[in-house]
Write a protein that binds this ligand. Structure first.
Ligand code: PBG
Length: 328
């Protein structure tokens, strides 16, 4: 055998040069950590399917935020578990709703950048992300009433901004949600508050642990009438284009790892910042394998987030901040 390699890329892989030629880096500034605030409990309740995460009572929301900011991460997203649910998700836009109470405390007592998820599924008794026909229960072919839902989403966004939210993130996949929320915020004097749209949110089985955590699983049917079909990529570009036209400031893809092609497509096609949501199922998988001794959670988590950035995301929502604290 006389073949000699004509190119030697290994030259750039020595310990000395690797950091110099590294194309992607991950820092605490890239990350947003979700927290769960629960009105139905007065003590922290561990979330079984998301080891290391608890539902915390409103009174402990500030402590929970401080645990996160200690890792160097300075942005959080708040999810609420209300004590009562009804057909119109009233708790989502109540002045004394669980998220509004938590946000008031967090914004008064910390400097964290506070992002509000805007959706109705945690607050509706049927668990869908908007208003449904009264007779829709048990009929999985009936679906969310789009335009009636818009007004409630706008009210939710305004009530969160009034409670101290720095950014609003609508996740319901209602047509027109960004435009309705932008108009609502502007009319209420919150034209300075940016909107991060869950623009390309897929109907994904990777949300399973979150639905346990936030108690937001639909009681009938599923979400395929409003969330996107995992089979579609071009449709994501249309969805995102609409959100841009309606005034979205940041564009999100969700989930992250199974949808890195979508992250890359958006990076190529749009100039806005791109966010990716490394969802509950992506977190739970690594932890489950880690518990069996099959994977190293910290290493695989770091590699996951680095890959999401490499695909083109500027910011990442992730439950891994605390596992990665030492490396950020
Ligand atoms: C609310 C919402 C969901 C998630 C974020 N916001 C659940 C869903 O659409 O079912 C999922 C987040 C995760 O899995 O980590 N609509």
């Amino acid at each position: 055998m006389t073949f000699e390699p004509t190119a030697r890329p290994r030259r750039l892989r020595t310990d000395g040069v690797r950091p110099l030629v590294r194309e992607t880096t991950l820092s605490a500034n890239d990350l947003i950590a979700p927290i769960f605030v629960d009105e139905t409990t007065d003590k922290r309740v561990p979330i079984d399917s998301m080891p290391g995460h608890d539902r915390v009572p409103v009174e402990q929301a500030v402590d929970r935020v401080k645990e996160i900011t200690e890792t160097g991460v300075s942005a959080i997203m708040v999810f609420g578990i209300p004590d009562t649910k009804d057909a119109r998700g009233t708790g989502a836009y109540a002045e004394d709703g669980v998220v509004q109470r938590a946000m008031r405390a967090i914004s008064q007592e910390t400097d964290v950048y506070l992002i509000g998820d805007v959706c109705l599924c945690e607050y509706t008794d049927h668990g869908h992300c908007g208003v449904v026909e009264p007779h829709a229960h048990n009929d999985p072919t009936l679906t969310v009433k789009n335009d009636e839902t818009l007004e409630l989403l706008a009210k939710t966004a305004v009530s969160q901004a009034a409670a101290g939210a720095d950014m609003i993130a609508p996740s319901s996949m209602t047509d027109g949600m960004v435009g309705a929320i932008r108009a609502g915020l502007d009319e209420a004097g919150f034209s300075h508050i940016p909107v991060m749209s869950y623009a390309a949110k897929y109907e994904s089985a990777f949300y399973g642990p979150f639905r346990d955590a936030a108690d937001g699983a639909p009681s009938f049917g599923d979400r395929r009438h409003y969330q996107m079909d995992p089979a579609n990529a071009r449709e994501a570009l249309r969805e995102v284009q609409i959100d841009v036209e309606e005034g979205a400031d940041v564009l999100m893809v969700k989930p992250a790892l199974p949808y890195l092609d979508i992250v890359r497509d958006l990076r190529t096609e749009f100039d806005q910042p791109i966010a990716a949501y490394n969802v509950s199922g992506e977190y739970a998988m690594l932890h489950a394998a880690g518990e069996k001794g099959w994977l190293d959670v910290e290493e695989t988590a770091y590699e996951s987030l680095l890959s999401i950035k490499r695909a083109g995301a500027d910011l990442i929502l992730t439950y891994f901040t605390e596992q990665l604290a030492d490396r950020l």
